[in-house]
Design a protein around this ligand. Sequence first.
Ligand SMILES: C[S@@+](CC[C@H](N)C(=O)[O-])C[C@H]1O[C@@H](n2cnc3c(N)ncnc32)[C@H](O)[C@@H]1O
Length: 193
Amino acid sequence: MAPPGDVETFDRFARFYDLFPVPTHPKAIRRAIDGRGGLVVDLGGGTGKYTNRVVPDRARAAVVDASREMLRRAARRRLPTIQAGADRVPIRDGTVDTVLCTEAFHHFAGIQDAVLDEVARILKPDGMFLLEEPDPTRLLGRLMRWGEHVQGWDSRFHPPDVLVKMLEERFGKVLKTKSGLFTVLLVAERPRL
Ligand SMILES: C[S@@+](CC[C@H](N)C(=O)[O-])C[C@H]1O[C@@H](n2cnc3c(N)ncnc32)[C@H](O)[C@@H]1O
C-alpha cells in the first residue's frame, strides 16, 4: 500500500530534516526514560535525532517510521530501525517498556485511533507512553498548523484537553501534562489488567 502523502514529503526532505529545531521537553522526556529502563520505541521517530538525545543507550531504542529516507538517517546514527506504518507496528503484544511519539501524531491523520490502539497493544502493562505534540491553542502551535495546511499536508492537530481524552480512553488516566512554548507533553501508562 502506498504511504500517506506526508510520508512522501518526508522522504524528499529527509536530508534537510535535522536542520529544524528539535521538539521541546527533552529533559522531562529523558528523565522519564532514564527512570524506566527497557525497550523504547520511537513512533514516527524519523531521522532519530530526538531518539539519540533522549535514549542514552542506542541498543535499547527502535525507531519506527514509514519513511525509508528518514530511517536511513536514523540508521547512520546506529539506531535500530523498523520501516512500518504507526498503526501496524511489527512488534509483539506487551513487549515494550516505553513508546515515545514526538511531533508525529498529527501526521497520523485518519489513523490516530488505530495508532493509539497499537501503542496500547505493544506496551507492557505499566508501560509508559510519552506523547509530544504542537499545541494549537498557542500562537506558535497555530502557526505550525497553518504552515502544514498551506503545504497541503493532511495533518490533524488537537488541543491538549482533546489529546487527554483520547489517551484516557485507552490508558485510564494521564499521569502528567506539561505545556511548553508551542508544544504539550502528555505522559500515560498502560494499566495492568
Ligand atoms: C515531523 S517528523 C517527527 C520526527 C521525530 N519524531 C522528531 O521529533 O524529530 C514526523 C515523522 O512521522 C512519520 N510518519 C508520518 N506518517 C506516518 C505513518 N503513518 N506511520 C509511520 N510514520 C509516519 C514521517 O515519516 C516523519 O518521519
